[in-house]
Write a protein that binds this ligand. Structure first.
Ligand code: GLY
Length: 596
């Protein structure tokens, strides 16, 4: 067994020589293949920062957050600045053209808060929109690329809602670092180069996307010539951020910004319209809070339209029972892995069948979290044998997606923020607006697009998740905070990576709380993922790190393994101790955490 530091160095090294392409390429396989030594800057281990910490998936964003904390801002102030910065330095993952979920907790007051800034379907779409589009000869992949894929962005209103609710510094100050980076530029890293290659692949496979991605291809990819160290900037985006800082959210709701966004989306057939942008509101909501859900811990996480909170709560509750019954085996033992995978399967089966936007669908949240359901899920798990997808129930596959970013912040007053933002796929819809510099999401693809048929990803979801104007598509984003039985914050975590967000977030939480690992070691551990269908385990290349053979005993129990695994998400986390904070960002996306 490697020591944690050795493992982290090895992950970076494997990525450098290309082995990460099959097992460790968490965000996209090609990102890992193109990692270079100068970009592999592993986070220091088990740091104990006393005053504040930030874990974002880009080092510049983590530093911006710490600067805000040092200047007297609170965790929400810092999170706003980090979120805006990620929209610049990780433009293929998140930004003003996307949406997200935030969960926060204040240890002193004991109060929690959540925000739903998920994108909505625009006015003018209907349930069979994508089916009808196809019958009328619409483009191949319309739910993923081009104007039809674009949902009404939620992030700008989310930034301002978070600020009104809990911010203390002027918005212009919080958006300034992002604007400055957009204007003066920053260097592309290997993760960015991987995203450029991913877009090049789309343009090759679907030549019609060349026209709609023209701006993105030029602006963020330099026509495919971006290499590690290339200078990237976006003057128009800098101006948009400064305008928002000066004029507030009204500048997003009316005037040239929404007019430009609507115009560019509609140019390739989309329905994004100025009215839908003007009427969009992020919602303050109660987080999903589950007391004594995992070895006495309280889980504070995201309710629907995220599926992540419910799935994590179900899996952890089931897993606790299974671990206890098995005599608390180590997580990386055959038994520990088998039980975890078996606990994932029914949670993902329930996700596919019952979860959608509760404002539009009768999501049985209480029943899904009922102890009796957990007991029955636990009772059906065989400690010695893998169950097939058919045994668990008829179901639907879940999507892979890549354009997402998670950040964690904690300040000296022990106010914690977990915020996941997304534009869905890498570079979202590929449609960007030259006037505002904003790249638009392709979140429409998180809806059920064609009833009863696999979508572009080869996936199906339930009819409760069909698009309707104002409705939010089902998500896997899982910003999560854990409290111990004394109410103290123990851990903050979340991830990017489609349905793998759920399994990756919970495995990092398990590593910290059950495995007693520091945050970096918990993130570095190789991860597994099972989403019920396809009925196989995705795994990271554990054999390269720990020697061959770990899969054999699981195969003997009936498990099957994905022969071409793409890695299991990108996680940011902070472990909280009585004497300080231990943040870590995932080396799979070359993130580096910071603190002071
Ligand atoms: N677009 C990723 C998610 O919401 O799950």
């Amino acid at each position: 067994m490697l020591r944690p530091l050795d493992r982290r160095q090895l992950i970076a090294r494997l990525a450098l020589v290309g082995l990460g392409g099959t097992g460790l390429g968490a965000l996209t396989a090609c990102q890992a293949r193109h990692t270079h030594p100068q970009n592999a800057r592993p986070t220091s281990h088990a740091m104990r920062y006393r005053n504040g910490a930030v874990a974002a998936d880009h080092p510049l964003a983590s530093e911006v957050g710490v600067d805000v904390l040092r200047a007297g801002g609170n965790a929400i102030d810092a999170a706003i600045a980090v979120n805006a910065t990620l929209g610049v330095v990780r433009p293929y993952s998140c930004g003003l053209g996307g949406g997200g979920f935030l969960v926060a907790h204040d240890e002193k007051t004991g109060r929690s808060w959540a925000m739903n800034a998920r994108e909505t379907a625009p006015r003018g779409v209907w349930e069979s929109y994508f089916t009808d589009l196809r019958s009328s000869g619409g483009p191949d992949g319309a739910s993923r690329y081009g104007g039809h894929a674009v949902a009404v962005p939620g992030t700008p209103d989310g930034l301002f809602l978070a600020h009104r609710a809990h911010g203390t510094m002027p918005m212009s100050r919080l958006l300034a670092p992002a604007a400055e980076l957009a204007r003066h530029g920053f260097e592309a890293d290997a993760s960015h180069v991987g995203a450029v290659e991913s877009l090049a692949g789309v343009r090759r496979r679907l030549p019609w996307t060349k026209t709609i991605s023209q701006w993105t291809w030029r602006q963020w990819c330099h026509e495919g010539t971006v290499t590690v160290g290339s200078k990237l900037s976006n003057e128009a985006l800098a101006e948009t951020l400064e305008t928002l800082g000066r004029k507030g959210i009204e500048a997003w709701r009316t005037g040239p910004i929404p007019e430009g966004l609507s115009r560019i989306a509609r140019a390739s057939g989309g329905k994004l319209n100025v009215d839908s942008i003007a009427e969009y509101r992020a919602d303050e909501i109660e987080p999903l809070t589950l007391k004594n859900r995992f070895f006495g811990d309280t889980i504070i996480t995201m309710p629907p339209p995220s599926s992540g909170g419910i799935a994590i709560a179900q899996i952890l509750a089931t897993y606790e029972r299974l671990l206890k019954a098995a005599g608390n085996p180590p997580l990386e033992s055959t038994q520990g892995r088998h039980l975890l995978i078996e606990a994932m399967k029914p949670a993902f089966a329930l996700r596919a069948r019952y979860l959608a936007d509760p404002a539009f669908a009768p999501v049985p949240i209480d029943r899904l979290l009922d102890e009796a359901l957990v007991e029955s899920m636990t009772a059906k798990i065989d400690p010695n044998r893998a169950r097939t997808a058919e045994e668990i129930g008829e179901g639907l596959q879940l999507p892979d997606d890549e354009g997402t970013s998670h950040l964690c912040v904690i300040d000296g007053q022990r106010r914690a923020v977990a915020w996941t933002s997304t534009i869905n796929g890498t570079f979202g819809s590929l449609v960007g607006d030259p006037e505002s510099g904003v790249l638009l999401n392709n979140e429409m693809d998180d809806f059920t697009t064609i009833q009863g048929e696999a979508n572009l990803y080869g996936l199906r979801q339930s009819d409760w998740n069909l698009p309707v104007p104002g409705k939010r598509p089902l998500s896997s984003m899982s910003p999560t905070i854990l409290l111990n039985d004394r109410g103290s914050i123990e851990a903050i975590a979340g991830a990017s990576g489609g349905p793998r967000i759920i399994s990756a977030t919970l495995q990092v939480l398990l590593g910290m709380r059950y495995g007693d690992l520091d945050a970096a070691s918990a993130i570095d551990r190789p991860r597994v993922h099972h989403q019920w269908l396809p009925d196989s385990i995705r795994y990271e290349d554990d054999e390269a790190l720990e020697g061959p053979g770990w899969r054999a005993p699981l195969e003997a129990m009936g498990h099957t393994f994905d022969q071409a695994p793409r890695g299991v998400a990108v996680v940011q986390a902070i472990r909280v101790h009585s004497d300080g904070f231990d943040p870590a960002s995932d080396p799979r996306k070359l993130g580096v955490a910071a603190g002071y």
